[in-house]
Ligand binder design. Structure first.
Ligand code: FAD
Length: 536
């Protein structure tokens, strides 16, 4: 994961890659990992940073989807639950069991949800996740101490997975690189080279750091552009019809005092029929999400006033202390890449399952899906690419392939339920020992950063040296998660991050100023005060 070396490897390449994957979100990185671990020669290019798109902006759940259960889509739920177990086994440090409380209005509702969630447990099989059970009003009050007593008469607890999306993405990228995959950020696919038969045989690329344009030969190209995959399709065929509908989902982040305890909350039907989660995450609480159709995907989506009001109002209905806009530490928004499968205008009714198609020129496009199922999506997609391009590869290995830092044996024998993580929303790092060694060599890196002492200089240097962080935003949004957790504190610490990065990457004072201006512009999309001041 060293960008200069990786770029050199791509630029000096003369023989064709087996696969070039466009897009460095969950789907693209999972494909690179699947391909590299099968012995394929794979390049993955991401035009911004790994996870800059939807993959850093999820609700942070590895789940079968209780909502799909209610819709009767049992196959989708069962497949996702199987992937939930696999991901937890392969990445035990980053995927945890988390109990969820569903508040119920009375006995019949408790029975209804309990029966449904027993079916959920049954579909999960011997998953290692805890079993669903009914809890009394008093037990619920103990588990979710800030839930307003008027909002429930007991309820049901069920278990699902929670994770840190972008951290998992970086670990997947490191695993792919360890298997020989070539993954790079800040390189965009800008066009295709085609042979005399009109088949794609190479990809035109642009290094956005230097504006250098070059091309690289490929036997097969995969479009994993998520919400932007229609744009990539148009590079192949400008006449191609849009296949995706875009919808955005907003989350607000509150201080943990609003929602202490080790149990998450799910409101299965809010005032407008949506599902809402309140989830402990990195000492904070994430509340979301919305589902609002938008005309087209944008790189930095902005929450709408009504979405923020809806989240605050619904949180206020359920919590003993109603959050106000000034309590919101950060807001983040993701764009759902939903595959159009009917003419319905309601995005919630469009498929969240994945689909794979191959164009006349041989471009393989994968759309839809969710974080929980990316391993399976990647397996299906690489299978199709192998078949279509006649590649030689070993069978898929990712079902049991430990991800970076996941090599330790599971805490309990397979199939037995292990207790949920003692501290919900906290994740261990596999890098602790190596970081300690680095601090011995360079003790100055142990310094906590002013204004955000939870961060130390070593976090910045580590991200730049070993995880391809290139900008202040990369460090604060996706190597650490501070932009998502607390926009104001991120802004306060940004100058120190810029200075450390500049020293590490060899940049000057002008670069630091540019970085700060860029970061401030992005941070506006996470800052509720700015959003409400400028919302129509
Ligand atoms: C609000 C919300 C909450 C969600 N919560 C959950 C959840 O809790 N659990 C779950 O399982 N799933 C969840 N999902 C779904 C999941 O997050 C997405 O399915 C997944 O992240 C999509 O990943 P992706 O790689 O397909 O897209 P993206 O992450 O958007 O990645 C696509 C990448 O392609 C890059 N790209 C585009 N064009 C080019 C180009 N020309 N050259 C190079 N790169 C390019 C983009 O920069 C981008 O980084 C959620 C989705 C949303 C919107």
């Amino acid at each position: 994961m060293k960008r200069e070396e990786t770029l050199q490897r791509i630029r000096t390449r003369s023989s064709a890659w087996d696969l070039v994957v466009i897009g460095g979100g969950a789907t693209g990185v999972a494909i690179a990992l699947d391909a590299a671990s099968r012995g394929l020669d794979v390049l993955m290019v991401e035009r911004a940073d790994f996870g800059k798109g939807t993959s850093s902006r999820s609700t942070k759940l590895i789940h079968g989807g209780v909502r799909y259960l209610e819709q009767g889509n049992l196959t989708l739920v069962r497949d996702a639950l199987l992937e939930r177990t696999r991901l937890r086994n392969n990445a035990p440090l980053l995927v945890h069991d988390l109990p969820f409380f569903i508040p119920c209005a009375g006995r019949w509702q408790r029975i209804y949800f309990w029966a449904g969630l027993k079916l959920y447990d049954f579909l999960a099989g011997r998953s290692g996740f805890g079993a669903s059970h009914v809890v009394s009003t008093a037990q619920a009050a103990e588990r979710v101490p800030t839930l307003r007593p008027q909002m429930h008469r007991g309820g049901v607890i069920y278990h699902d997975g929670q994770f840190d999306d972008c951290r998992l993405l970086i670990h997947m990228a490191r695993t792919a690189a360890a298997h020989g995959g070539c993954l790079i950020n800040y390189v965009a696919a800008t066009g295709f080279e085609k042979n005399a038969q009109g088949e794609i045989c190479g990809v035109e690329l642009l290094d956005s750091e230097t504006s250098a344009a070059f091309s690289t030969p490929a036997r097969c190209v995969i479009n994993a552009g998520g919400p932007f995959s229609d744009e990539i399709l148009q590079l192949d065929d400008p006449q191609s019809e849009p296949k995706l509908a875009a919808s955005q989902g907003v989350h607000i982040v509150l201080p943990r005092e609003f929602f202490p305890g080790q149990t998450a909350l799910i409101v299965p039907r809010t005032s407008d029929g949506r599902v809402l989660f309140m989830i402990p995450w990195h000492h904070h609480v994430v509340v979301g999400t919305t589902d609002t159709p938008i005309p087209a995907a944008v790189v930095e989506p902005t929450p709408q006033r009504q979405e923020l009001e809806f989240l605050l109002q619904t949180a206020a209905e359920y919590l003993t202390r109603a959050p106000r806009p000034e309590d919101v530490l950060s807001v983040f928004t993701g764009v759902r890449p939903l595959v159009k499968n009917d003419r319905s205008a309601r995005t919630a009714s469009l498929s969240r399952d994945h689909s794979i198609s191959i164009s006349d020129a041989g471009l393989v496009t994968i759309r839809g899906g969710k974080w929980t199922t990316v391993r399976k999506m990647a397996e299906d997609c690489v299978d199709r690419a192998i078949e279509s391009a006649g590649l030689q590869a070993q069978p898929c290995r990712t079902q049991t392939l430990p991800l970076y830092g996941g090599e330790a044996p599971p805490a309990t024998p397979s199939g037995q339920a292990s207790p949920p993580s003692p501290v919900a929303g906290e994740f261990a790092s596999p890098d602790a020992a190596e970081q300690a060694a680095l601090l011995q060599r360079e003790p100055r890196l142990a310094e906590p950063l002013e204004g955000l002492p939870e961060m130390r200089a070593v976090d910045v240097v580590w991200a730049a040296r070993f995880e391809m962080a290139r900008t202040v935003e990369d460090v604060l949004a996706r190597r650490t998660r501070w932009l998502f957790l607390d926009v104001r504190r991120s802004l306060a610490v940004a100058p120190q991050v810029a200075a450390l990065l500049a020293e590490e990457l060899g940049h000057d004072a002008a670069w630091q100023q540019q970085q700060l201006a860029g970061f401030q512009a992005v941070a506006q999309h996470y800052d509720i005060t700015h959003i409400l001041d400028h919302a129509g």
